[in-house]
Design a protein around this ligand. Structure first.
Ligand code: CAA
Length: 388
């Protein structure tokens, strides 16, 4: 039985920061961002847009009434959780009106956990072929002002409906994971922003890729010739590009090399304009590939490299299903261009705004544009959302 991604949706914040503006404000050569990191702009979320509103908006685009009546599991993968106890998946389950007899939970491991969620969804559908599982990767990537990671921030959510007989991607049974205990990026409970050993983290990313790929190739007796494209976790596109170079061995025929390189360019198209969205970034790369590549066809094998600091990495693959191109959004680029551009001063205020709670734990917000859902207010420490 084939199991995989039947539908995929995406939502990002309605505001953006242009890298050229950030470079000017930080007295940095703009080429460092546009060439050195390969970033043009970042999505900036206001206080009323969080992982719940973004995740719900991404899923809302793809789900029909029938899907909502059938989904029996909702998993939200995130690094930027809004609650230490209650799962964001429960808020989203409620906002979307999914039938009550469903399991809802949240998963965490830095940028990696959506890959575990996808795998859990696959196992669930294997056991119950009529089930549908909603997997959402939703994050607001916030490093802090004037930190080394500041130019790689971002916000967004990818929603995937996992079913049997999927119409976009059939997942293969070839997952190869690796765990290593390293402190490259972590966020203690008392901190809103991560502690990062930036250069060390890039080395871990690349070494996890190299070693997981070597083990994957050996276990599954395969190499890059078998793939049409490879999607990467994209903390910033330049690092993924270095990752690709690790896979492109010299024995690869020129035509294959060119195909993989062209598809890689398509896969980073959205990330260049959105920045890092942590758990969703690998799946945004897949969406970008699907919507921007020129030569993809049914049956093409796509490789995936997932990485979450700490660290867990995983390589797996899937096969494109006939008709996948009919399941995609046609005007994503136009939507990205419609984001309102913020000045650096407004970005500094809006992205880092904190709720000012009164003695009873109440706060009200207004004045910001959000996707289809909004964090309306906090009432006695309860986050209350509304559909726009
Ligand atoms: N023109 C063109 N290129 C320039 C330039 C200029 N004027 N100035 C610098 N550059 C280039 C540099 O040569 C470098 O390119 P190479 O890597 O090819 O050498 C690139 O721009 C970056 O410059 P620096 O090496 O000076 O590094 P930086 O100060 O920009 O910091 C970073 C890079 C440490 C990764 C920082 O962005 C960071 O801390 N990011 C957050 C952590 C991160 O993303 N880690 C990735 C792995 S962890 C992970 O994957 C999980 C996750 O999502 C966080």
């Amino acid at each position: 039985m084939s199991i995989g991604i039947d539908k995929i949706g995406f939502a990002t914040a309605k505001y953006q920061l242009k890298m050229a503006d950030l470079a000017a404000a930080r007295d940095t050569d703009p080429n460092k961002y546009s060439v050195g990191l390969m970033l043009d702009s970042l999505s900036i979320a206001p206080i009323t847009e969080d992982i719940v509103t973004l995740g719900a908006a991404a899923a809302d685009q793809i789900l029909t009434k029938e899907d909502k009546a059938t989904i029996d599991m909702v998993i939200v993968a995130t690094e930027s959780s809004i609650d230490q106890s209650k799962a964001a998946a429960i808020f989203i389950h409620g906002l979307l009106g999914i039938q009550p007899f469903a399991r809802s939970l949240e998963m965490k491991e830095a940028c990696y956990s959506a890959t575990a969620a996808l795998n859990y969804a696959k196992l669930h559908v294997t056991a119950k072929p009529h089930s549908k599982v909603l997997v959402i990767a939703s994050d607001i990537a916030k490093y802090g002002l004037r930190t080394s990671g500041e130019p790689t921030q971002g916000a967004g959510a990818v929603a995937m409906l996992v079913t049997s007989q999927p119409r976009i991607l059939a997942l293969n049974d070839d997952n190869m994971a690796q765990t290593r205990d390293v402190m490259d990026f972590w966020r203690p409970n008392y901190s809103n922003t991560p502690f990062v050993q930036g250069m060390f983290s890039t080395k871990q990313y690349l070494d996890c890729l190299k070693t997981t790929w070597a083990e994957y190739q050996q276990r599954y007796d395969t190499n890059l010739k078998d793939f049409a494209a490879f999607c990467f976790h994209i903390p910033y596109p330049k690092l993924a590009s270095k990752g690709l170079n690790k896979l492109l061995d010299k024995s690869l025929p020129d035509a294959k090399r060119e195909q993989i390189q062209q598809n890689f360019e398509a896969s980073i198209h959205y990330s260049r304009q959105i920045g890092n969205i942590y758990t969703g970034s690998l799946y945004l790369s897949f969406l970008s590939l699907l919507e921007n590549a020129k030569t993809l066809k049914a049956g093409d094998k796509i490789g995936f490299f997932s990485y979450g600091s700490g660290a867990v990495s995983e390589i797996f693959s899937g096969q494109l299903v006939a008709g996948f191109e009919n399941r995609l959004e046609k005007n994503r680029q136009a939507q990205l261009e419609q984001r309102q551009t913020l000045s650096v001063a407004d970005y500094e205020k809006i992205f880092f705004e904190e709720a000012q709670l009164d003695d009873q734990g109440n706060a009200e917000f207004d004045g910001y544009d959000t996707h289809s859902f909004t964090l309306d207010r906090i009432d006695q420490h309860q986050r209350l959302y509304k559909r726009n």
